[in-house]
Design a binder for this molecule. Sequence first.
Ligand SMILES: [Zn+2]
Length: 215
Amino acid sequence: MTEESSLSVSEAFDLLLAGNQRFVNGAQQHPNQDAARRAETAPGQRPFAVLFGCSDSRLAAEIIFDRGLGDLFVVRTAGHVVGPEVLGSIEYGVSVLECPLVVVLGHDSCGAVAATRAALTDGVAATGYVRDVIERVTPSVLAARAAGLTLDEDVVDEHIRHTTGLLLDRSRLLADRIATGQTAVVGMSYRLAIGSAHLVTAHGLPAEPTSPLTA
Ligand SMILES: [Zn+2]
């Protein structure tokens, strides 16, 4: 068994934040990346968090949270858009692997958000299945527009809130787990230049976040 095998919601969130802080400070420990961990986890995984993030190449989950093998159950799509496969993967991580934490991770300068804003402004339609990504980001951008948000970071935060809400609306399993305190679903925004992830929205965290995290 690993130290992460039966973490509470709060412990899992703190573990994730601590890893990100090490990454920001250039003080990474690169935990669980050696042959011993590989052997330890080969028989079965018990990750402590589901990380659902944008596919952006600069958002590599284990790197920016300073974790290793068996720590994070990672699901990523361009613009963290949600479809049935995403919901099924997240529910698998929560129900079968018993992850106490689900993180929706967006970031500034997100290409999917920028492309959606451009499509709505200029009427330039994307081609192929990229259009599907744009269409799924569109409700967030429209909501941000309706709220008068124009800054990139604010629009991104709105998209993170929208995505997090969508998970709870669509997944009965997630909503039930939050209600019983077994799982938290949080939305976080990552800053590409400085490497920090800050809390945007939280459902099911026992101690609701205070000022430093809700910037
Ligand atoms: Zn992105």
